[in-house]
Ligand binder design. Structure first.
Ligand SMILES: [Zn+2]
Length: 310
């Protein structure tokens, strides 16, 4: 058996400086709660730490239009907020945070492809999976997981899968990789819910497993086991990317699914086992949603544990 590669934890100080309105659920305290939990449980001892670099224009332009990149990077209010949509706004630090959140995925791919890392978790914000090729929305500016997946493809990986278990549908990732045969996107999400995606059973490369309000462990696990896994086996990805949102948890205030901490541990075990068998253990996970601070911190811990064997 091949030696297990180190696991990495990537973040950046700028990710805590991006702040929207007072009381906004997508807040810097989310990252702090996760970091505290990592230290309190000793899980940090199993992770190598790295600082996220800023993503290059080249990396961003693989998945976004030049107009969108310029609009995000050019919006730096000296004070106050600039509103992008009713729920999404930018302060003086948002552009830098978005740049480093996207850069985390680029570094993660570099570490994995140079065999310095197997599993990488990017503890970054703003999140990314709602950001479309030409549009910021739903707390997202650059599509971090898409930037990372496109980086792997640019470096010669032939097929990747993006696994998205955030409670909201990753419309941005679907928009960006529409008509990209090298990417398989597997999603579980609550429907109906923001952003009103009803699924597209005919679209090649999209494995949609909608769940309904009140659904819990069984419906969720059935979806991954019976819908995602067969598609993954057939697609045969060489690397896995995870849009790791934890807002399908029963305690989350933004949605109505009923997942537990154990479901995220189970999910990580399933992803790890597939990656070890088929993808040389290469898994890059990026934080997406999760808005109950305590539940979020516990769920990230539960998700990381199987990868580090702790
Ligand atoms: Zn979400």
């Amino acid at each position: 058996m091949a030696a297990v590669l180190p696991s990495f934890w990537i973040t950046h100080a700028s990710c805590r400086l991006h702040r929207m309105e007072d009381g906004h659920p997508e807040c810097p305290e989310r990252l702090a709660a996760i970091e505290d939990r990592l230290l309190a449980t000793g899980l940090d001892l199993f992770l190598h730490r790295a600082d996220a670099p800023a993503a290059s224009a080249e990396a961003l332009l693989r998945v976004h239009t030049a107009a969108h990149v310029e609009a995000v990077l050019g919006t730096r209010p000296l004070e106050g907020l600039v509103h992008i949509d009713p729920d999404t706004s930018m302060n003086a630090h948002t552009a830098d945070a978005a740049l480093h959140a996207a850069g985390a995925g680029v570094l993660a791919v570099e570490l994995a492809l140079s065999k310095r890392a197997g599993f990488v978790f990017c503890n970054v914000r703003p999140p990314g999976h709602h950001a479309e090729r030409d549009r910021a929305m739903g707390f997202c500016f650059f599509n971090n997981i898409a930037v990372a997946a496109a980086e792997a493809l640019a470096r010669g990986i032939e097929r990747v899968a993006v696994l998205d278990f955030d409670v909201h549908y990753g419309n941005g990732t679907a928009d960006i990789f529409r008509n990209e045969p090298r990417v398989l996107l597997c999603s579980t999400y609550q429907h109906p819910l923001y952003p009103d995606w009803a699924g597209d059973p005919d679209a090649p490369g999209l494995i949609d497993s909608p769940l309904h309000e009140g659904d819990g462990s069984k419906a969720y696990r059935d979806a991954l086991q019976n819908h995602w896994l067969p598609a993954l086996e057939e697609f045969d990805p060489q690397m896995l990317f995870v849009s790791a949102g934890f807002d399908a948890h029963v305690r989350d205030p933004m949605a109505g699914l009923c997942l537990t901490d154990e479901d995220y541990y189970w999910t990580a075990t399933l992803i790890r086992d597939f990656a070890e068998r088929r993808c040389k253990g290469r898994v890059v996970a990026m934080l997406e949603g999760g808005y109950d601070g305590h539940a979020l911190a516990r769920c990230v811990e539960a998700f990381v544990r199987p990868f580090v064997g702790a």
